[in-house]
Design a protein around this ligand. Structure first.
Ligand code: ZN
Length: 611
C-alpha cells in the first residue's frame, strides 16, 4: 500500500477529526485504538533474554541502593544533590514494573511497593513531588527561571502511572492528580509559560505532555486533556520550539528546541498519545513527519540517533544536519536510543506496521546493547560509531536509567494480536500461551535469532482454532524458505509488511522459516568532503574492534567504494564462538563483527571507514 493510502486509512480510524488543534472544548474526543496489542510472552534463551536478564539481575538492584539511596534521597531529604536527580525513580518504576510482569519475583514486588510508598510519602501537601529547595521549585521561581523540576514531575507521573496500570491503587492516581494540579496552577491557561521554564527553548519541560495525557487516559478528567492541549499551544507559540508547526511543514528535526534529540522524541511520544486520545490527525502527522526525518537523516547504521555540537544547535546531544555527519565526533545518547525505540514500539502498536518493529529491533541489537556492559551494571552515557573504547560507568545517569526501559519495552512486544491474528514483531526465541480467542494455543519460537536467520515456530498445544499467524523479515533480509510440517508454502506480505499464514492450527504444527541476511554498504558524504562507508549484514551493523590508541589504517582510501557491491569488498570469515557472524575486508586482516560487541573499556568499534 502506498504511504498516502495508509495514512488515509489510519486517519479514517479517527472519527470526528477536528481541523483545529483543540478538540476537547467542543465535544468528546475520539480515542483511536491501536491495531497491534502486545501479548504476554516469555524469553528464556538467546541474546535478548540474556541482556534483559542481566539488567534484572544486576542493574535493577544496583539502582535501588547505589550512591546512598540516590533514587529516593533527593525526595526524602530535600534539596537533592543534582538538578535532575528526581528523574531516576520514575524511570526505575517503569522498567522494574515491566520486569515484575515477566518475573513475578516476590522480592521485586516488595521493593516496587516500598519504593512507591516512600515516593508518595515525600509528596508535599500542595502536591509538589520534586527534589528542590522551597525557593527553587517550579512554582516559586520567577517567570523566566529555568530548571529540571518539571522534568522530575514528568517522570514521576510516568513511573507511577506505569506502575499503577499493573497495581491498581487510587492513592497513586490521587498523588498524580495532585502533582498535575500544581503544574496546572502554575503553568495552566493565563499562568506562567511552561516553555520559559524548560531548557533548550522549553523542549525539556514540554516532555510533560505525554505524562499529562497518560493521566487523562487514566482518569478521563477533561481538565488534563485541556492542559495537554494548552502545552501544545504554548509550544507552538514559542518561536524556538513550535515542534508541531515545524514537523507539519517537514522542517528538519535539528531546529525545534535546538534539536535536542532525546527531548524532541519524548515530545513526539506526547503528540502520539494525544492523537490516540483525540483523533486529531495533525498530532499524528507531527509524529510521522518527525519519524521520517529522523529515520532518513539522523540515524547511524546502528539505529542510534546521533547528535553533534554545531553552530546552529546547543550541544552534542542535539540533532545536527546530515551534511555534518562525523562518526568519530557525533554521539548517540543512550536516552535518545531508548526514546527512539519507544517511539517505534508505540507506532507499531498504533499501526501494526512491520517497519516500526524493524527499526526498534535494529536499535536494540546494535546501539542499545552496545551501551550495556556485558556484566550488567555499567552503561554508557554516550556511544559513537567510531571510538577506541566504550565509556562504561556504574553511576546513576539519565542514560543508564533509560537503557533498561528500552530492553523491557522491546521484550514486552515480541508477540502481539492484530487483525484477529497473532503477530511476531521479532524472531527471537520466545514462548506464549495465547488468549482464549486463540484456543489458548501454546506456541514456541526456537532458533538463535538474530545470530542465525532461521527459526521454527511450534504449536505445542492447539485445538484446531482457525486464525492467522504473521511474521516479518528481519531488517535487510529476505525470506528464502517457509515450510509447514515439512511442506513448502508460498507467502506474500500484507499491507503492514507482515507475512500471514491462516489455517486451523493443530498440536505439533511446525513452521520452519529461513531468511538470507543481505550484506549492504552505506555511504555518507558530508559537506567537509570526507566520504564514509559502513556495512550491515541483515539487522547487524558491522564494526571492527579497535584497541585503545591503535594506529588507524584506512583500507578503502582512494578506492571507488560505491562502484561495487558490498560483497566485492567483504568476504565471509568463520564466525566467532560458532554463531557471531564475521567478515574480513578483502586483502586485509581487518575483521568486522556485530557493532554491539565491538567494544570494552579498552577497545572500541570502527563502524565507518574513510574512502
Ligand atoms: Zn541520557
Amino acid at each position: 500500500m502506498k504511504k498516502g493510502m495508509w495514512f488515509a486509512m489510519l486517519v479514517g480510524l479517527a472519527v470526528g477529526v477536528a481541523p483545529a488543534n483543540r478538540v476537547s472544548a467542543q465535544k468528546t474526543p475520539e480515542r483511536v485504538p491501536g491495531v497491534w496489542r502486545p501479548l504476554p510472552s516469555a524469553q528464556e534463551e538467546g541474546l535478548l533474554a540474556e541482556r534483559v536478564a542481566l539488567w534484572r539481575k544486576e542493574r535493577l538492584w544496583h539502582m535501588v541502593d547505589a550512591q546512598n539511596g540516590y533514587l529516593l534521597s533527593g525526595f526524602e531529604s530535600r534539596p537533592g544533590s543534582h538538578p535532575w536527580q528526581g528523574e531516576h525513580v520514575g524511570k526505575w518504576l517503569h522498567a522494574a514494573t515491566l520486569a515484575y510482569e515477566q518475573t513475578r519475583d516476590e522480592k521485586l514486588a516488595k521493593t516496587l511497593h516500598e519504593t512507591v510508598e516512600r515516593l508518595l510519602a515525600a509528596q508535599e501537601p500542595n502536591g509538589y513531588l520534586g527534589t528542590y529547595a522551597e525557593n527553587k521549585r517550579f512554582y516559586t521561581v520567577p517567570a523566566d527561571g529555568k530548571g529540571w523540576d518539571v522534568w522530575t514531575h514528568r517522570y514521576n507521573l510516568y513511573g507511577l502511572l506505569a506502575y499503577e496500570r499493573f497495581h491498581p491503587d487510587d492513592r497513586v492516581v490521587k498523588a498524580c492528580e495532585r502533582m498535575a494540579d500544581l503544574l496546572i496552577a502554575t503553568f495552566g491557561e493565563g499562568k506562567a509559560d511552561l516553555t520559559k521554564y524548560g531548557t533548550r527553548k522549553g523542549i525539556s519541560s514540554t516532555t510533560l505532555l505525554e505524562s499529562i495525557v497518560m493521566l487523562y487516559e487514566r482518569t478521563q478528567d477533561r481538565k488534563y486533556l485541556g492542559f495537554a492541549e494548552h502545552i501544545v499551544e504554548c509550544s507552538e507559540n514559542a518561536p524556538g520550539l513550535r515542534l508541531m508547526g515545524a514537523m507539519l511543514k517537514k522542517e528538519a528535526v535539528s531546529g525545534p528546541g535546538e534539536g535536542k534529540a532525546y527531548q524532541l522524541m519524548a515530545n513526539l511520544l506526547g503528540y502520539l498519545l494525544l492523537y490516540k486520545n483525540t483523533g486529531n490527525a495533525r498530532y499524528l502527522k507531527t509524529v510521522l513527519n518527525g519519524w521520517e526525518n529522523i529515520q532518513a537523516d539522523h540515524l547511524y547504521v546502528t539505529g542510534g540517533p546521533w547528535g553533534r555540537r554545531m553552530s546552529y544547535n546547543a550541544n552534542q546531544e542535539c540533532f545536527a544536519l546530515p551534511k555534518d555527519f562525523a562518526p568519530g565526533d557525533a554521539v548517540v545518547e543512550t536516552c535518545s536510543t531508548t526514546t527512539w525505540i519507544q517511539l517505534n514500539l508505540h507506532l507499531l502498536e498504533l499501526t501494526g506496521q512491520a517497519r516500526y518493529a524493524a527499526e526498534a529491533e535494529r536499535a536494540v541489537f546494535n546501539a542499545l546493547m552496545a551501551a550495556q556492559h556485558r556484566e550488567g551494571i555499567d552503561w554508557c552515557y554516550y556511544t559513537k560509531a567510531n571510538q577506541d573504547y566504550r565509556p562504561f560507568a556504574d553511576k546513576i545517569t539519565c542514560c543508564a536509567s533509560s537503557g533498561p526501559r528500552a530492553l523491557e519495552m522491546f521484550s514486552r512486544c515480541m508477540i502481539g494480536e492484530v487483525d484477529g491474528g497473532i503477530s511476531l514483531a521479532s524472531l527471537v526465541p520466545c514462548s506464549a500461551i495465547l488468549p482464549e480467542s486463540f484456543g489458548k494455543a501454546k506456541i514456541k519460537v526456537t532458533g538463535n535469532y538474530p545470530f542465525r536467520p532461521g527459526i521454527e515456530i511450534r504449536f505445542e498445544e492447539a485445538n484446531d482454532k482457525n486464525f492467522g499467524l504473521e511474521f516479518r523479515d528481519p531488517a535487510d533480509a529476505r525470506l528464502t524458505s517457509a515450510r509447514i510440517n515439512g511442506e513448502g508454502i508460498a507467502l506474500t506480505k500484507n499491507d503492514r509488511g507482515f507475512y500471514r499464514i491462516c489455517r486451523a492450527w493443530k498440536t505439533g504444527d511446525e513452521i520452519a522459516l529461513e531468511f538470507e541476511y543481505l550484506l549492504k554498504s552505506h555511504i555518507e558524504t558530508p559537506k567537509d568532503g570526507q566520504r564514509w562507508v559502513a556495512f550491515t549484514y541483515g539487522p547487524w551493523a558491522l564494526a571492527q574492534t579497535m584497541d585503545k590508541g591503535a594506529v588507524v589504517v584506512e583500507p578503502f582510501a582512494g578506492k571507488d567504494v560505491p562502484s561495487k557491491a558490498a560483497s566485492e569488498w567483504l568476504e565471509p570469515y568463520p564466525p566467532q564462538e560458532e554463531t557471531v557472524p564475521r567478515f574480513r575486508i578483502k586483502s586485509t586482516k581487518i575483521l568486522l563483527g556485530p557493532f554491539y560487541c565491538a567494544g570494552t573499556e579498552k577497545t572500541g568499534p570502527r563502524t565507518y571507514f574513510k574512502f
